[in-house]
Design a protein around this ligand. Structure first.
Ligand code: 0RA
Length: 655
């Protein structure tokens, strides 16, 4: 082991200073501690490899040299990213012995994720460079079109297989990177089309004019064509807001938009009000979704509140109001996207997605304030409509606060009593406790019998919970099932500054598991419950407390042998294995609902921590989640039906 590597190893897991990372130049360091460089070695890290390569092409596009980026998922889950930029230089720089291409692909030029200088303006979250992708791939091929020639070099686990060579002639320029993620590093190397496509769509909105395509060579449609999409936006954030709100009813006609530069910080903002009751503000720094917010978001809120308030004061619109308007009231029914480019961003917070640079607050504040005061001045009728909405929001907030206080007071009076329907567990350490939110009293009963009562609590919900996308706040707190969820979890929501902040210290269970039937209705109910958490307790999701249970779809039996199947493929496989050409002897039972399983079956398949699979609910792409939730919960039925059919495998089986 070289001294350099030893140095890295003895540095331990967590106290890797930026200094120590700099000395670990070899890509071996990346293979030893992949999570340090790309976040994790699960689905997220796997997809990150693609983003890392695409980000380099985006940089080339932002520099003005590239207009098209194509991503291809090959049948073996290898990936090609192709751009029409200048091409990575293939010359040997002076004082170097290797080509620039080889250096870019084999030298860890940027530090780990704690190195603040390593973020390029359009750089990926970890900004670690293509060399990391190379290190974590069993195979990587770079094809460069440049200077009339096609240059090519191949690598394996980051090591060159040969020097760069000329393999042909060309009249184009560009970079084509093809890589195959190393299955010995990643827990799973199957790419998700939807995840990649959503990110490319987001990038298209954030970087107007660039054309990004995705093609999935693993899947063909009825016409024998590969699944493919092209993401392209000429109007950028304006179209982003349009997309986010396409199933919502707009309050005013046009989208308010500005692209400017304030104190050296490029700021772009687009916003529109709709008739819903939720706030959907998405913020980005250097194309990274800052889910924890930060100074740019603070600046936005401050500028928005001050400007609208000033306007209202001057026009006397608020004179009749008997109580104060809070910042929240100005953001009810608001959909907005904020995108800033910061040269040396400081990222803070748990997921390193909270912007810390204090000067950015003023830049965004000024941008939004100028944009809005112009708009209000020029559009007095729209201004009136927006102010009326704000006043309604303030009134509703007061009603909601009363309702919420009533619930919380009632709880206090009854000794903070838990809901009658809750079957609590005996363990008191929240970290060890789980709560299953189960659809229906009958499934609730089975779960209650099947559970491990030491650490698993059961809360049955009756019927469909209120559709929070369409309900006003005070209605939500009046809803019996929703009150039960709050009291069972032990949390209260709402502080003076943020009406949706969750008091997580009081959370009674660190795993909250939504358990519904494996059919269309069940998935609809799960979505309703998830929407509720997404809109009202997003902090719980951000801290990784929310999960979905995955009950099996089938029980396959032959004689005394029994096995469960979660997918159509598993079911076929079991039939094939057990069939012995004698099909009749294999019996397949389709579980339509949780209630069809007995307690021990439910335990074995869905609840037993040793055997079950829980899906953690994460907000990878908050904008896409917002779009999907509003569509699923909105009034438009056809898109909802189509989405559920496309995304829930069981829906197809039932149809
Ligand atoms: C270094 C220098 C130049 C371009 C690039 C890198 C470059 C990197 C990537 C990665 C993916 N696509 C890319 N396209 C370009 C500038 C080269 C010049 O001055 O001609």
């Amino acid at each position: 082991m070289s001294e350099i590597e030893k140095n890295g190893v003895t540095n331990g897991n967590n106290n890797y200073g930026a200094d120590s990372i700099q000395v670990l130049e070899g890509l071996e360091a990346v293979r030893k501690r992949p999570a340090m460089y790309i976040g994790d070695v699960n689905e997220r890290g796997l997809h990150h490899l693609v983003y890392e390569v695409v980000d380099n092409s985006i940089d080339e596009a932002l520099a003005g040299y590239c207009g098209n980026i194509d991503v291809i998922i090959h049948p073996d889950n290898s990936i090609t990213v192709k751009d029409d930029g200048r091409g990575i230089p293939t010359e040997i720089p002076s004082k170097e012995s290797r080509s620039a291409l080889e250096i870019v692909l084999t030298v860890l030029h940027a530090g780990g994720k704690f190195d603040k200088d390593s973020y390029k303006v359009s750089g990926g979250l970890h900004g670690v460079g293509v060399s990391c992708v190379n290190a974590l791939s069993t195979f990587l091929r770079a094809e460069i079109h440049r200077d009339g020639k096609i240059w090519m070099q191949e690598f394996s686990t980051g090591k060159p297989l040969h020097e760069v060579q000329v393999v042909g002639e060309t009249d184009k320029t560009g970079t084509i990177i093809t890589f195959k993620p190393d299955a010995s590093i990643f827990t799973n190397i199957v790419y998700k089309y939807d995840t990649l496509s959503a990110r490319l769509r987001e990038l298209a909105f954030l970087n107007a004019g660039i054309r990004l395509s995705i093609t999935d060579q693993r899947e063909k449609d009825e016409q024998g064509q590969f699944k493919s999409e092209i993401h392209h936006s000429e109007e950028g954030l304006k179209e982003f807001v349009e997309y986010l709100d396409n199933t919502r009813v707009k309050l005013t006609q046009e989208i308010i938009h500005v692209a400017t530069e304030k104190n050296g910080v490029p700021v772009e903002i687009a916003l529109q009000y709709n008739t819903s009751y939720s706030e959907n503000v998405h913020s980005y720094v250097n194309n990274i979704n800052t889910i924890e917010g930060g100074t740019h978001l603070t600046g936005f809120r401050r500028g928005l509140t001050r400007t609208l308030k000033n306007y209202a004061d001057q026009s006397g619109m608020l004179s009749k109001l008997k109580f104060d308007i809070s910042g929240d009231d100005f953001r009810e029914g608001l959909t907005a996207v904020i995108s800033v480019k910061v040269a040396e961003p400081q990222f803070e917070g748990q997921t390193k997605t909270k912007l810390g640079n204090s000067d950015v607050a003023l830049s965004v504040d000024q941008a939004v304030s100028e944009m809005l005061s112009n708009y209000l001045e020029e559009n007095p009728r729209a201004a009136k409509i927006i102010m009326d909405k704000v006043i309604l929001a303030a009134q509703a907030r007061h009603a909601a606060r009363k309702a919420r206080e009533m619930v919380q007071r009632k709880n206090a009076l009854s000794g903070g009593g838990l809901p009658g329907k809750l079957s609590d567990c005996s363990e008191r350490d929240p970290e060890k406790c789980e709560i299953f939110i189960v659809e229906g009293d009958s499934a609730g009963g089975t779960a209650k019998q099947g559970r491990d009562r030491r650490n698993q609590a059961i809360l049955p919900l009756r019927g469909k919970i209120l559709n929070v996308e369409k309900a006003m706040q005070h209605r939500i707190f009046e809803n019996e099932e929703i009150k039960n969820i709050f009291t069972a979890l032990g949390v209260t929501i709402g502080t003076e500054e943020d009406s949706k902040a969750v008091n997580l210290e009081k959370l009674r269970y660190h795993k909250i598991v939504i358990m519904t039937d494996a059919d269309v209705d069940g998935s609809h109910i799960a979505t309703l419950i998830m929407t509720f958490f997404f809109r009202y307790m997003q902090d719980l999701i951000k801290h990784g407390h929310l999960y979905i249970a995955t009950p099996p779809l089938y029980l396959v039996k032959k004689g005394k042998r029994e096995s469960y199947a979660w997918t159509e493929q598993q079911r076929m496989q079991l039939i094939a294995e057990w069939g012995d050409g004698n099909e009749g002897s294999v019996h397949v039972q389709r579980y339509k609902g949780l209630g069809e399983m007995n307690a021990s079956q439910l335990w074995e398949t869905t609840m037993d921590p040793e055997q079950r699979t829980l899906q953690q609910v994460t907000i990878e792409n908050a904008a896409e989640a917002d779009h999907v939730f509003s569509m699923l919960m909105g009034d438009d039925v056809p898109p909802r039906r189509k989405f559920i059919e496309d995304h829930a495998h069981y829906a197809k089986i039932d149809a």
